[in-house]
Ligand binder design. Structure first.
Ligand SMILES: C[S@@+](CC[C@H](N)C(=O)[O-])C[C@H]1O[C@@H](n2cnc3c(N)ncnc32)[C@H](O)[C@@H]1O
Length: 224
């Protein structure tokens, strides 16, 4: 059993992770084609390829996010990039368990612009019994995250890399002091995250950051 401690939810999560894992080979060969520079895919091809891909957060990283949300009694959580809702379920489970432990309320705010993924995510939320902890905003995050009611305790940035900085810029004004921002694969794609790091490292933005040694690197930033 994982840190989630909920057999039914873990069964659902296992099946979703398995579906995501089945797509790993296709993702790797597509990435190799992009990197090789020979017959690189067009923007339309990239969008079409990604349309049905889970690209779910790895289990250990998702469990770590659960733990962070529990340790900080997070109540207002933002997830940048929901896809089929795998990481959302970990975040919503943490919120549910925080509420059970100490009362009160809260929300996990998710974002997804692929309608089929959003519809599937909603089914998974219903299956897990966690729907009422989640507000999924459908559409381009540059529109859907324009209004965020803070203070935000925790943010997961798990999005196509070009969107990481624009998303964080939208959420940053609503972060409470001590808020945590986690961002995936920052070691593996260091150079592509250059603009994200420029924002995180700008002293006026008030973050302290370190890259944790999860597979691909997991950026752990605190709003100080
Ligand atoms: C890496 S996946 C998220 C995986 C998810 N966190 C999980 O663990 O299951 C990134 C998702 O962000 C979505 N996305 C990319 N750009 C977006 C944008 N501008 N607005 C909203 N969603 C976007 C993609 O469709 C994709 O499903």
């Amino acid at each position: 059993m994982s840190v989630i401690g909920d057999t039914e939810l873990e069964r659902l999560l296992s099946s979703l992770h398995a579906k995501s894992d089945e797509q790993t080979a296709a993702l790797k060969s597509f990435a190799a084609r992009q990197a090789s520079g020979e017959s690189p895919p067009t923007d339309d091809e990239i969008k079409a390829f990604r349309r049905d891909k889970f690209v779910a957060l790895d289990r250990d990283k998702a469990e770590f996010c659960y733990q962070l949300c529990r340790a900080t009694d997070s109540r207002r959580i933002v997830e940048i990039g929901t896809s089929y809702g795998v990481s959302t379920l970990y975040l919503a489970a943490a919120l549910r368990d925080n509420i059970h432990a100490a009362g009160g309320d809260g929300v996990v705010l998710g974002t997804e612009y692929e309608p089929e993924k959003a519809a599937a995510a909603r089914k998974h939320f219903a299956q897990s019994g966690l729907s009422h902890f989640i507000e999924l905003r459908e559409g381009d995050l540059r529109q859907t995250l324009k209004r965020i009611d803070g203070p935000i305790d925790f943010v997961l940035v798990d999005i196509w890399i070009a969107m990481a900085r624009p998303a964080l810029e939208l959420v940053a004004p609503s972060l409470r002091p001590g808020a945590i921002v986690v961002c995936d694969n920052t070691e593996m794609h260091r150079s592509q995250y250059a603009d994200y790091f420029a924002f995180i490292r700008e002293p006026a933005n008030g973050f302290r950051t370190m890259t944790l040694p999860f597979d691909g690197g997991l950026e752990f930033s605190v709003r100080c």
